[in-house]
Design a protein around this ligand. Structure first.
Ligand SMILES: C[S@@+](CC[C@H](N)C(=O)[O-])C[C@H]1O[C@@H](n2cnc3c(N)ncnc32)[C@H](O)[C@@H]1O
Length: 267
């Protein structure tokens, strides 16, 4: 019995020492923001990114996010800015069966990949893709009921101009949701990402310095909130998860109807 306790104790001490060394090796998440490449253009990288985003954990996160932003959407027009290989617009079309979803991306190869994905999808009729720059969207004011953007904010060269555009193309009472990675993420998550970068080559898109490069270019929740306020957003809310931020312009509350008088109980 004593031997077992000693063995478990030794193992626990070894594990703690190993994890502490790992944390030391990974260092702290970046403090200063570094800029990132804008569009993802090289076809090999586009294909790798698309495969990575097709993995089950990514699909799970996307399904959750799509439900968060579009559950209950009726005949909405939805725009996804920086849509990449098109997985999120297709998921949105699944969640909101009567909605029309448009995805735009600056990268031509990404847009071509998205169109190819949509061609095999049952929602093909309701999903459209176009090549466009987030900072100059080719849509009239108030065209959309909901505007979303996932994992693209840290790529934008002029994030304030893009956030202004998101605001311009959504209807005045409409909702905007921007989801992205967070620079000041939890130190253990940073360690896990550094480990994945070191050991899981193809998955981590290593040659591009990912995922650390994206984290270094990401914003904190308060920085993102400042950008949104500079872009003239109202009803702004910025929240931080362990490794992500959600920047939101909430939909305007609909005018509430006066409640009927409550009947008095009879004595
Ligand atoms: C990390 S990917 C995210 C793709 C997708 N939204 C997702 O969640 O998988 C970032 C995308 O933003 C695009 N992008 C970068 N700068 C852009 C800009 N100024 N306007 C539109 N798209 C841009 C890139 O080409 C790339 O496809």
């Amino acid at each position: 019995m004593l031997r077992r306790i000693a063995a478990v104790g030794l193992l626990a001490v070894g594990a703690v020492m190993f994890l502490r060394r790992l944390r030391q090796w990974a260092g702290e998440p970046p403090v200063q923001r570094t800029s990132h490449k804008e569009a993802i253009e090289p076809p090999e990288l586009v294909a790798r990114y698309s495969r990575f985003m097709g993995l089950p954990p990514m699909r799970l996160i996307r399904a959750y996010l799509a439900r968060y932003v579009a559950a209950g959407a009726v005949q909405w027009r939805i725009l996804d800015v920086g849509c990449g290989p098109g997985w999120f617009p297709l998921e949105l079309a699944e969640v909101a069966p009567n909605a029309h979803v448009t995805g735009v991306d600056l990268s031509h190869p990404m847009t071509v990949t998205a169109v190819a994905h949509a061609a095999n999808h049952r929602s093909v009729e309701r999903v459209h893709f176009a090549q466009a720059r987030g900072e100059v969207l080719p849509f009239a004011d108030g065209t959309f009921d909901l505007v979303v953007s996932t994992l693209a904010l840290h790529h934008l060269q002029d994030p304030v101009a893009a956030l202004e555009e998101l605001r311009r193309v959504v209807r005045p009472s409409g909702r905007i949701v921007v989801f992205d990675t967070r620079r000041n993420l939890h130190p253990w998550l940073w360690t896990a990402l550094k480990v994945s970068q070191a050991f899981v080559d193809g998955l981590a898109l290593c040659e591009n310095g990912e995922p650390a490069a994206s984290i270094g270019a990401s914003y904190t929740a308060s920085e993102a909130q400042r950008l949104a306020l500079q872009a003239g957003w109202e009803r702004v809310q910025a929240r931080a998860g362990i490794g992500w931020i959600v920047l939101e312009r909430r939909a305007a509350p609909t005018a509430s109807l006066p409640l009927p008088p409550v009947p008095r109980p009879r004595r």
